[in-house]
Design a protein around this ligand. Sequence first.
Ligand SMILES: O=C(O)CCC(=O)C(=O)O
Length: 290
Amino acid sequence: MSSSKMLRLILVQHPVGEVKEDNVTHVLSMIRKTVAEEKRTTVPILVVLPELFNSPYGPQFFDKYAEYVPDGYTSKALSGIAKELGIYIIGGSYPERDAQNPKTLYNTCTIWGPKGELLGKHRKLHLYDVEVPGKVSFKESSAMTPGKNFTIVEIGPAKIGIGICFDVAHDEFSRIYRNEGCNFLVYPSAFPLYTGELHWEVYPRARATDFQCYVAMTSATRDYTNSFVSWGYTILCDPYGQVMKKAGEDEEIIKADLDFSVVDLWREQLPKFRKRRTDLYECTAKVPTK
Ligand SMILES: O=C(O)CCC(=O)C(=O)O
C-alpha cells in the first residue's frame, strides 16, 4: 500500500440547533479534538460536515442564516480551522447570499485547503421539493436558487466530485463526475425520515457500485425537536458498493483510511467504464466541468 494513494477521512455527524455561532463552535471543537488524536502523518486529512450544518433546515431559516462566501462568519471559521490544523475540509453546506444579487440565496458547500484557501464552492443543483401527504412536505426552491456548475476538487490521491443531498438522487449528474475520472463522491446531506428509510443507504451503494468509487454521505444527528428531523446514519461506501462504515443517530465521528489504489484495481478488474456502448448511448455535461 503506497502512502501516496492514501487519504485519511473524518466524517462529522453533529447536532444542529437554532444558534448559528453555537453550531459552528461545536463543530470546530469536534474537529479540533478529533484531529488532535491523529498521529503525525504525511497522508492528507479530509474532514466532511453535513448539509446546512450551521442552520436549521427549512426555507423559513435560509435568509436569516445566509452569508457571503468567502467573507462570512462560517467561511472564516472553516478557513481558520483548516489552516490551524493543516487539514482539508468539505464544509457541508450553509446558506450563501449572492454578492451581486443579495436577495438570491444558494445552498452552498465550500471546500478548504490546509493554508485556509478556498479550493472550490458547490451550489446545490437539485433543490429538494417533495410533497407526500402525511409523510413529508418541503419546498427548498421557495427560498433557494439552484447552482449551475459541477464541482471537482483534487486532494492528494482523491479526485472528488461534490454534490449536496438531493444531487445524489440524480444518477446522470454523478455519471459526469465518473466521466471526469473522479474516484470519490461526497454528498453532504440532510434526508428526512421518510426518504431516509427508503433510500439513505441505497443511493451511496448505487453510486459506488455504478461508478466504482468511494462514496460518503454526511448527516446531522437525528433530533426530534427540530422542525426538519434529519435521518442521521452518516455513511461511507467502498468502490465495490459495500457499506464500509456507518454512524448511528447521535453525535458521532467516523474515521477511515481510504486507499485509492483499490479503486484503480477494481476498475481494472471489472472494466465497466471502458465497456460502455458509447456508440449507442452517452451522458455528457452541457457546461464546462472545470
Ligand atoms: O433525496 C431525498 O429523498 C432527500 C433529499 C433532501 O433531503 C435534500 O436534498 O435536502
